[in-house]
Design a protein around this ligand. Structure first.
Ligand code: GDG
Length: 447
């Protein structure tokens, strides 16, 4: 007889924007969809609201079906120190190996610890004795330790969505040992890849901390993308795109506007393609969708200015009165429309400088038409790379390598594209979001 699972409690920086369970939207929400719909779930996160002064400890709750959303507000100072400061100006760049970029301030670390404790205290007011707690990502590393300090005895798991750096980098983090020690509060620690597990375990071992991380590769819901992509055929947006391309090949990039995604290098790579392989001029269009993200962090604004300049420069150099080679958007595109765009693209261009996994690569593969699939150009430094043998692999720091790979991708015959796609699709199907969530929770709830 199937075991009745205890309530699942998810803690993440934000809660998903949802009206009904069926309409779960957003990366983490989509990844956890099966786990959340299968059982009673409580999900705690920041409301997105900033307040002048500290609010009541008890979170605000809303229930939709079997899912309860609990939210807390943060003060301006908490948002600045915890989110903009320690999480996104220190941990995010450090964990992505951005040497020289992380900015450490003791006051930010103090706010990070304070806010992690705030999440823990808010959660404690709602927690039942047999709940399974699953904490997510770099914003909340010390939340588990704060829960233990508050006397919580439940099973608590942690999953890190971004890479974990090797010891020589991690050890540059002032007071990093405090963060490492907090990993010991978790019953299961999940990371994306074996490399991440090796790095974190090496740091833990050096600090004599008895805790071990294991890899659980996150994935997508491939059927969702395949169906949405097929359904987009003939849709108004698809017809508009088609009409605007005028038969040209489409190269597509889709990324949050983030310096880890390698966008300037990618733009330069595309320019090199046109420069070194002029046969593609007027026959290829590169569409980069890059919705603005973390606009409160200074480096993101600098990146935006750089890309604005580069896009203008590239189009200035290669455009003709009836041809604009680079289309660069800072607005998000609806998911179903995006699925159709993936399917229309001859090349998916995914070149992060470092990425925990990268779901866009998997979405691109899932959305292809099996008879006429496109080719994927993929960074060696995405977590997704190890399973994607059929991709054209690049070092994303070298625009010339990107240009060569784009040229090769545009030249691939359909038989070879099919062979490559079949192997990539098998990898995407073998490692879905549902499999990821089930594997992690089975491990956490194992008797
Ligand atoms: C972190 C890790 C890890 C993007 N633009 C639009 C849009 N998106 C969607 C994509 C994809 C998601 O956002 C981005 O996911 P990624 O995995 O590519 O990257 P991060 O946001 O950095 O995610 C990453 C992930 O967590 C999960 O663990 O893979 O390594 O950094 O789903 O489709 N979606 C829509 N319009 C857009 O314009 N609808």
């Amino acid at each position: 007889m199937a075991r009745v699972r205890p309530r699942l409690v998810i803690v993440s920086n934000r809660v998903p924007a949802i009206r009904a369970k069926a309409a779960l939207a957003g990366g983490l929400a989509v990844a956890l969809k099966d786990a959340v719909t299968a059982r009673d779930t409580l999900w705690l996160g920041w409301s997105g609201k900033e307040t002048e002064s500290a609010q009541a400890e008890r979170p605000h709750t809303r229930r939709t079906g079997g899912l309860t959303l609990a939210t807390i507000d943060l003060t301006h100072a908490q948002y600045a120190g915890f989110y903009v400061g320690f999480a996104n100006s220190m941990l995010w760049p450090l964990f992505h190996g951005r040497v020289g970029q992380p900015a450490f301030h003791r006051s930010d670390l103090a706010m990070y610890l304070e806010v992690n404790t705030l999440y823990a205290q808010a959660l404690k007011t709602l927690l039942k004795a047999d709940d399974t707690v699953w904490v997510h990502d770099y914003q909340l590393i010390t939340c588990g330790a704060a829960l233990r300090e508050a006397g919580v005895k439940n099973r608590i798991g942690f999953f890190l969505h971004i890479p974990f750096p090797p010891p020589f980098l991690f050890e540059t983090l002032p007071q990093g040992e405090q963060l490492l020690r907090s990993f010991a509060a978790y019953d299961v620690i999940g990371v994306q890849t074996q490399d991440d597990a090796d790095n974190l375990n090496a740091c833990l071992a050096r600090a004599h901390i008895v805790a071990r991380a294991e890899p659980f590769a996150i994935g997508i819901d491939p059927d969702l993308y395949a169906k949405a992509a097929a359904a987009a055929d003939g849709s108004e947006d698809q017809l508009r795109l088609e009409g605007s391309l005028g038969g040209r090949a489409l190269i597509l990039g889709v990324d949050r506007l983030d310096y880890t995604k390698g966008l300037p290098e990618r733009f330069r790579g595309f320019a090199q393609l046109l420069r070194r392989y002029p046969e593609h001029c007027k026959h290829v269009t590169f569409l980069q969708v890059a919705p603005v993200s973390r606009g409160d962090v200074a480096q993101y604004r600098t990146l935006k200015r750089e890309l604005d300049g580069l896009a203008g420069k590239i189009n200035g150099e290669f455009a003709e009165f009836d041809y604009v080679p680079l289309r660069y958007l800072n607005t998000a595109i609806a998911r179903d429309t995006l699925a159709g765009f993936y399917r229309r693209a001859a090349v998916g261009l995914v070149t992060p400088l470092r990425d925990g996994m990268n779901l866009v690569a998997k979405e691109y593969v899932a959305a292809q038409d099996a008879r006429t699939p496109g080719a994927l150009v993929l960074s060696r430094f995405a977590g997704a790379a190890s399973a994607m043998q059929g991709a054209l692999m690049v070092n994303p720091y070298d625009p010339d390598e990107i240009a060569d790979a784009l040229h090769a991708a545009l030249k691939l015959g359909v038989a070879e594209r099919r062979t490559r796609w079949r192997s990539m699709n098998a990898a995407v199907q073998a490692s879905t979001a549902a499999i990821w969530a089930r594997a992690f929770l089975d491990r956490l709830e194992a008797e």
